[in-house]
Design a binder for this molecule. Structure first.
Ligand SMILES: Cc1cc2nc3c(=O)[nH]c(=O)nc-3n(C[C@H](O)[C@H](O)[C@H](O)COP(=O)(O)OP(=O)(O)OC[C@H]3O[C@@H](n4cnc5c(N)ncnc54)[C@H](O)[C@@H]3O)c2cc1C
Length: 204
């Protein structure tokens, strides 16, 4: 449930049960899960719209299982490339040639009843956005940049209070949200992935 009111200085002010900053894979998964159970949230992203293309095109079996738990695995299984094997290529000779040196199963035997898939992250996000919409009409609000998040520890002891204050900026205008719960992206996961990927990048 959201309650909107004009704040002081003409700034917009809204009360929401759950505030989610970031419509990446994490934010969209959380929002879809909430939508599945009829819980509305405010999900914002500083981007101007959904992803046109992504990086996380490799879908682990656990991710496929999460889609199954949402009841939306059918289209993922239908559209995704079922990735059974991963092959490694390395340089050979001096002419810049490469050769296939090894191949492994893409997923451990018995790890999951569902396969590992490959599909554009933009399309995967599109499926989550569609599911949210179908479940309870949930949308993402784009063009919002979260500027600060504060938690009032005293208020947090009261289940009915709104202990989180999130200050955002959209089109040069400040908007403040008070939330019972907030999920805020820390820009850590993608950066860690970059660090992890770097030493391997010659061979991937
Ligand atoms: C090159 C590369 C390849 C990868 N390949 C794979 C793969 O094959 N399979 C896989 O599972 N993972 C892969 N990953 C990792 C995967 O992309 C990340 O783990 C995943 O995107 C993290 O999701 P996230 O929602 O936490 O963050 P993000 O996807 O980074 O999303 C965060 C969102 O928050 C928004 N945001 C950030 N700050 C603010 C703010 N202040 N206000 C409003 N919005 C904000 C951003 O605009 C963004 O949309 C890859 C990553 C990279 C870099």
């Amino acid at each position: 449930m959201a309650y909107t009111s004009g704040g002081t200085n003409g700034e917009a002010h809204e009360k929401v049960d759950v505030f989610i900053c970031g419509s990446g894979s994490a934010g969209l998964s959380a929002a879809t899960w909430l939508a599945r159970y009829g819980v509305r949230c405010k999900i914002v992203d500083s981007r101007s719209g959904p992803l046109d293309w992504g990086t996380a095109d490799g879908i682990q079996t656990r991710t496929t299982e999460i889609f199954e738990s949402f009841g939306i695995e059918d289209e993922l299984l239908r559209e995704g490339f079922h990735n059974l094997e991963v092959a490694f290529y390395n340089p050979v000779g001096k002419e810049g040639a490469i050769e296939r040196t090894r191949s492994v199963e893409a997923s451990y035997q018995g790890l999951s009843h569902l396969p590992r898939l490959i599909l554009s992250q933009a399309r995967v996000h599109d499926m989550l956005l569609g599911a949210m919409k179908r479940f309870n009409g949930q949308d993402v609000d784009y063009g919002y940049r979260v500027q600060s998040v504060k938690v009032d520890e005293e208020k947090a002891k009261d289940l009915y209070a709104y202990p989180v204050t999130v200050v955002t900026e959209k089109d040069g205008r400040k908007e403040t949200f008070e939330a019972k719960f907030a999920l805020v992206h820390l820009l850590i996961s993608t950066r860690l992935y970059n660090i992890f990927l770097e030493p391997l990048s010659d061979f991937v």
